[in-house]
Design a protein around this ligand. Structure first.
Ligand code: BV8
Length: 253
């Protein structure tokens, strides 16, 4: 049974759990950046990409099969991010960190908007598309090299003769960075309240973190206009957008 709350009148028990929480984890997904104008992962991508399945493009097989198309998809997403600003939801999470210094921010997003909003420590489970690495060695490739070789898409790598430039993101079928995942697991096990913000809860291992928190006694508040794969597991489903909900959450602290 999903306990959906009245978006305009939060139950006292939710507010109490929020006020008493000392170790809050915020797990965010693409929905947090939606109000910054960045399409979510499963929404139909606009224009050229409508006919491509993001799951195929965001995979090593997809890159091996169509490197130019995948490179251009990320170039398009990078340009979207470059034109986007953090929204009130990102800023509310920065304020949450200020009010509750033990807060840990974990994101599935690769747009870096939470850091742009001012957060110093964000666990980026799926990497960050602003960084480019060598497809063979994983070493970072600098912007100057990329600019000098932009006539070839994707540009070659300076680190390996067969290497190509690729975004520093975790594709489907690739392992997450071990340390980042370990820190996210530990934070989820330690927290006493987890905010699950703007995620469909379909991608693992990220989607297992709320369940881990719950197993260790955390209360879960989901902020999402829709119900999701996680809604049955949370204590409260708040059917509200994150740019509206998160500032209200700060006001209730
Ligand atoms: C791995 C980077 C192992 C790339 C991404 C079967 C069961 C369980 C797992 C699997 C399985 N089969 C395969 C797997 C593994 C697979 C997986 O989970 N597949 C799923 C889809 C079935 N996982 C992996 O492959 C992971 N790796 O398991 O490795 C391994 C171990 C050792 C050695 C080798 C391998 C890697 C997964 C990472 C994939 N990379 N991103 C890129 O971005 O280009 S995931 C991608 O999806 C994005 O990061 C995105 O963030 C993420 C999750 O999606 P959401 O964030 O939830 O976004 P979505 O669009 O789905 O939902 C948006 C939500 O926001 C909606 O609910 C909407 O209602 C809401 N919303 C909209 N507007 C708002 C809002 N909410 C609030 N406010 C709003 N305004």
């Amino acid at each position: 049974m999903i306990s959906t709350v009245d978006p305009e009148r939060l139950p006292g028990a939710l507010i109490k759990a929020l006020q008493q929480a000392e170790r809050i984890v915020a797990l965010s997904g693409a929905g947090l950046s939606a109000e910054s104008g960045i399409p979510t992962f499963r929404e139909a991508q606009t224009g050229l990409w409508a006919k491509h399945d993001p799951m195929t493009l965001a995979s090593p097989e997809g890159f091996a099969r169509q490197p130019e198309l995948v490179w251009q998809w990320y170039q398009w997403r990078r340009s979207l991010v470059a034109q986007s600003q953090p929204n009130a939801g990102h800023r509310a999470l920065v304020e949450l960190e200020r009010r509750r210094p033990e807060t840990r921010l974990i994101t599935q997003n690769v747009d870096g908007l939470q850091q742009t909003a001012g957060s110093a420590q964000v666990l980026e489970l799926h990497g960050n598309l602003k960084r480019t690495i060598c497809s063979q060695t994983g070493k970072e490739i600098g912007e100057q090299w990329l600019a000098r070789h932009s006539d070839i898409q994707p540009p070659p790598s300076p680190h390996h003769p067969e290497g190509r430039a690729r975004p520093d993101v975790v594709w489907f079928g690739e392992a997450l960075n071990h340390d980042t995942l370990q820190q996210a697991i530990e934070a989820s096990q330690r927290c006493d309240l987890m905010l699950v913000i703007g995620t469909s809860g379909l991608v693992h291992p990220a989607a297992s973190l709320p369940l881990l928190g719950r197993e260790h006694g955390a209360r879960l508040i989901e902020v999402n206009p829709q119900t999701t794969a996680l809604s049955e597991q949370v204590d409260w489903h708040w059917p509200q957008t994150s740019a509206v909900a998160l500032p209200r959450l700060i006001d209730a602290l």
